[in-house]
Design a protein around this ligand. Structure first.
Ligand SMILES: NC(=O)c1ccc[n+]([C@@H]2O[C@H](COP(=O)([O-])OP(=O)(O)OC[C@H]3O[C@@H](n4cnc5c(N)ncnc54)[C@H](OP(=O)(O)O)[C@@H]3O)[C@@H](O)[C@H]2O)c1
Length: 218
């Protein structure tokens, strides 16, 4: 049994990841902004709620303290803002905070334990919209933040031992509040590759970008 922390685990793809890991018998903690709502929802998926606001570094530090050691970190939380870039500095700041700086700080706080115990898995839930091979085509700041998250994935994997694996993935177009109800995939389908990366064997890859369990271009 592993101990996993999933950000944005109260709904959407994060909830499906948390549920999938809990169903496999792992101990799951979910990061939630609204602790009361999280504490009401978490037991139904076999998880425990931890208060976390990724735009607030102090909240991230408190959550890390409360968590202690985890084996698996899933940086899933995300925001899709205005879709503008140079005329919306607030959206840029929020996108970078939630999808780059927050994941960076969680890795900063949580990977030393993984290194010390010789085992860790970090999964960064990214998007094909952050791929340079696709022209960083996502809505403005969102695409830039996901491209930066991809860069963080490559660089962090390089600085960590292979026993601590850091991979990015794209869930595809998923029916969530962000993806909309017209999307083609269920949350469970969107969660599958993240769960697979969370449970990689020691021989598995690190520093990669995946969709449907297959490598994709950066
Ligand atoms: N849906 C898609 O088609 C799709 C496609 C490609 C990639 N993705 C990526 O998949 C991930 C999950 O997306 P989703 O579709 O499940 O989105 P979602 O349903 O909108 O859920 C987003 C989650 O992120 C949390 N969150 C947002 N801001 C936060 C903050 N400041 N601090 C802590 N948590 C915060 C939300 O918490 P609250 O409930 O408190 O708001 C919620 O749990 C995201 O990284 C997204 O970019 C999604």
């Amino acid at each position: 049994m592993k101990r996993a922390f999933v950000t944005g685990g109260n709904r959407g793809i994060g909830l499906a990841i948390a549920k999938g890991l809990a169903d496999q018998g792992h101990e799951v903690l979910i990061g939630v902004r609204d602790l009361a709502a999280g504490e009401a929802a978490a037991p139904k998926m076999g998880a425990t709620a931890v208060e976390l606001n990724l735009t607030d570094p102090a909240s991230i530090a408190r959550a890390a303290d409360q968590l202690g050691g985890v084996d698996i970190l899933i940086n899933n939380a995300g925001v899709l803002g205005s879709g503008r870039l140079l005329d919306d500095p607030q959206d840029f700041a929020d996108s970078m905070a939630v999808m780059v700086h927050g994941p960076y700080l969680l890795m900063h706080h949580l990977t030393p334990h993984m290194v010390a115990q010789g085992y860790g898995r970090v999964v960064n839930v990214s998007s094909g919209w952050g791929a340079f091979s696709d022209g960083v085509a996502g809505p403005a700041s969102y695409g830039v933040a996901k491209a930066a998250l991809n860069g963080l994935t490559v660089a962090a994997a390089r600085t960590l031992p292979r026993s601590v694996k850091v991979n990015a993935m794209c869930p595809g177009w998923v029916r969530t509040r962000m993806g909309g109800m017209g999307a083609t995939r269920s949350p469970a389908k969107g969660a599958d590759t993240a769960i697979w990366l969370a449970m990689l064997p020691d021989t598995g890859p690190t520093g990669g970008f995946f969709r449907d369990r297959n490598p994709i271009d950066w």
